[in-house]
Write a new protein. Sequence first.
Length: 266
Amino acid sequence: MPTEKSSGLEELTKLATDFVTAQKGLWDHAAWSDFLSNVRTKGYDVSTEMQSSLGELLEAMKRFYSAAASTESVEKAMKVVVSDSVAFVKEHKGVWGHTEWEDFVKTVRQNASTLSEGTTTYLGGVLESMKVFYGLSPIAVAQKRMRAARHKPSPAPQPAASETKKEEAKPATAKPPAQATPAKATPAATKPLPKRVEKRDDLTAIGGIGPALEKKLNAAGISSYAQLAALSNDDIDHIEKNIIKFSGRIRRDDWVGQAKALSRSR
């Protein structure tokens, strides 16, 4: 059973690391089912949300494993990255900015000196998928509840009984009928995104996009490399804030550049 001390983060990431390295970055549905069964035997409730999060983590690790396959010891590099990622997520309690991210990359490069410049671009996917697991942990849930309680507005003071009686005793005064005012046009709630297309591309081929994020993008009408390649800065800000809810993710993993390369390679 996962303990509150580990919050499941260490154990789940170890199970995922062992699975990816044992499968050498390649597996089928049967192997995926066996992995889920193994997770269940450890006492975890493998809900639909948990399966989606596990899928994101495995896909992120798979991309990193494939990119690091040419290093001297890919298994050792994987363990270093996972260990540093777990420590980073716990230290920052699942929330960090660009400066902390740059410090994290430097730390990983020092601890895994064989990693190439290209390989480190896949660190973001691993880190973000672990961030999801931290958000599901009992400690993180308790912290969210505490923050919500601190920001909960205090109830408005009730008027004294004597004041209430005075108000009731006052005769009601007639008010002139309110003048109707013309309705004002309200701005659109969301910013229009790149035009919806019929063709669907495999967006998970882009580093940093897993099945869960692909589903969110598809629901928002983004389903092709061409759409991602055409994103403007405003589009990126809107998608990160309102659709994927991962600040800095698109620019850090260079979705636009990857999408352009995939479009050209057809």
